[in-house]
Design a protein around this ligand. Structure first.
Ligand code: NAD
Length: 294
């Protein structure tokens, strides 16, 4: 395997150690960063994600509030919970886990979170700040984590062709907005591919940096990758695998075996982008707390 592995676990560990250090400093001044994680209903995947986020918050020394509300919670009820968290001085970051039950409009909920506590970076105010390159907002955790992965693994981005597969509001679009900015960790020429892209391979073959967030197992094969490209696999698809104890395993959007033969650097799944998402959530939360004392 000629490609160098980008070790998301190791890089995330460094970020989390730095966050814990910053939290300690704040605590010395009497301020403990607080993160509220809100989940509505009992989606098993959401339960795993929210538990992991709350655990990471505790490990960083934060005050961690894990709020689980019943599946029949009304939108008005959830909004009044958000209002209470917005005005709670112990809470610096608020995260409402998606998806929400169908009686609740996710956009209404996202818009209700105080942008200064929106550590997911989904509020339109933060999305706008990211797009215009203002640095005092919050950047969505997964694309922010990918940018750190590239930097920490020594990838020089300026002038590179960066191709992104996927245009979701949580990964593809913010990733494109970040990589086109005028700074040393970006300055790429960005192409965004999606479901209606004609000839996906023609685009991916031109990529120096290929970021794949399609949610389609093994959609990217070796023939679609330029030799020497850096490949970031965001996909986390649960696929059947009778050889494992649970009968399933996580599969990325990239065919790792073949692509790792020709890429220069590649993220594994699991152990690549995933650990960075939680680490960046912690980094956003400690920054939200720091911003209250500046
Ligand atoms: P999404 O379903 O909202 O968006 C997928 C995007 O991919 C869409 O914009 C669609 O147009 C595009 N797409 C789908 N099939 C395509 C095809 N055949 N050709 C070209 N484009 C195609 O998904 P999302 O929320 O952005 O997540 C994408 C993947 O990343 C999922 O597997 C998700 O589980 C994973 N994810 C992982 C993390 C993490 O922390 N590791 C975080 C967020 C999302």
């Amino acid at each position: 395997m000629p490609a160098e592995l980008i070790d998301g676990r190791a890089i995330a560990k460094k970020i989390r150690a730095d966050v814990a250090e910053r939290a300690k400093k704040l605590a010395q001044g009497g301020l403990r960063p607080g993160l509220a994680v809100v989940m509505v209903g009992d989606n098993p995947a959401s339960a795993v994600y929210t538990a992991a986020k709350s655990k990471a918050a505790e490990e960083a020394g934060f005050y961690s509030l894990n709020l689980r509300l019943p599946a029949d919670t009304s939108e008005a009820d959830l909004l009044s919970r958000v209002d209470a968290l917005n005005s709670d001085p112990k809470i610096h970051g608020i995260l409402v886990q998606m998806p929400l039950p169908k009686q609740i409009d996710p956009d209404t909920v996202i818009r209700r979170i105080d942008p200064k506590k929106d550590v997911d970076g989904f509020h339109p105010v933060n999305v706008g700040k990211m797009l215009i390159g203002e640095r005092d907002g919050f950047i969505p955790c997964t694309p922010a984590g990918i940018q750190v992965l590239l930097k920490e693994s020594g990838v020089k981005t300026p002038g590179k062709d960066c191709v992104i597969i996927g245009r979701s509001n949580i990964v593809g679009k913010p990733m494109a907005a970040l990589m086109m900015q005028d700074n040393e960790n970006a300055n790429c020429t960005v192409t965004v591919c999606h479901r209606r892209t004609v000839d996906l391979k023609a685009h991916t073959r031109a990529a120096d940096i290929l970021i794949v967030a399609a949610g389609r197992p093994r959609i990217v094969t070796a023939d679609m990758v330029k030799p020497g490209a850096v490949v970031i696999d965001v996909g986390t698809n649960r696929v059947n695998d009778p050889s494992t104890k649970s009968g399933t395993r996580l599969q990325g959007d990239v065919d790792f075996e073949s692509v790792s033969e020709i890429a220069s650097k590649i993220t594994p799944v699991p152990g690549g982008v995933g650990p960075m998402t939680i680490a960046m959530l912690m980094a956003n939360t400690v920054r939200a707390a720091e911003m209250t004392v500046r």
